[in-house]
Design a protein around this ligand. Structure first.
Ligand code: GRF
Length: 188
């Protein structure tokens, strides 16, 4: 069993999807040790409680520095022998300490066809762009924002009459297939 921690700041639907896949045996040899969140009001916490997954709430502003915050995360991760970190809507750059501790073992999913539309509101950026297609990307995490090596992408159309919410739903549905597939391939 490879121990994996999932980091999420918000809704946590990708987190829930991954945990469900593990529970249903579609994602094998993976154990999700806990949800790690930086927001005490993240809806992901409720999902974790319903799924019976432990939660670590660690609030960055209660630490003196990013280094101290990340050292606390590393302590928790090492205590549960986590080998890989899966970011799923974690709205924070990973700093040097955590990067060094988990070098080459942090994945992220970003809702655009990187290198297009990095950063926040990638779906809104694509929606406003006039492009006819967008998608989602799973990549390794480095010190930049959505700049790490791309592992795999899924594409979908942007329809002329789409609302932003419809586009978001289409991308989320791609992600629910893409992320477990990449996790199964990369994390062994
Ligand atoms: C996803 O679209 C992911 O690509 C991005 O943040 C979103 C998280 O959504 N990094 P959710 O919290 O999993 O619903």
């Amino acid at each position: 069993m490879t121990k994996v921690a999932i980091f999420a700041s918000g809704s946590g639907s990708n987190f829930e999807n991954i945990v469900q896949r593990v529970k249903e045996g579609q994602l094998q040899n993976i154990e999700v040790t806990a949800l790690y969140t930086d927001h005490d009001d993240a809806y992901a916490i409720e999902r974790a409680q319903q799924l019976g997954v432990p939660v670590h709430v660690t609030i960055p502003k209660t630490f003196d520095s990013k280094k101290a915050y990340e050292q606390q995360l590393i302590k928790l991760l090492k205590a549960e022998q986590v080998e890989w970190i899966v970011l799923a809507g974690y709205m924070r750059l990973i700093g040097p300490d955590l990067l060094e501790a988990y070098e080459g073992r942090i994945l992220n999913i970003h809702p655009s066809l990187l290198p297009k539309f990095k950063g926040i509101d990638a779906i809104g950026q694509a929606y406003e762009s006039g492009d006819k297609e967008t998608g989602s990307t799973v990549h390794y995490v480095d010190s930049g924002m959505d700049t790490g090596e791309i592992i795999e992408q899924s594409r979908c159309e942007i329809h002329p009459d789409d609302t932003k919410a419809q586009l978001e739903e289409r991308i989320k549905n791609l992600e629910y297939e893409l992320y477990p597939r990449v996790i199964a391939k990369i994390i062994r």
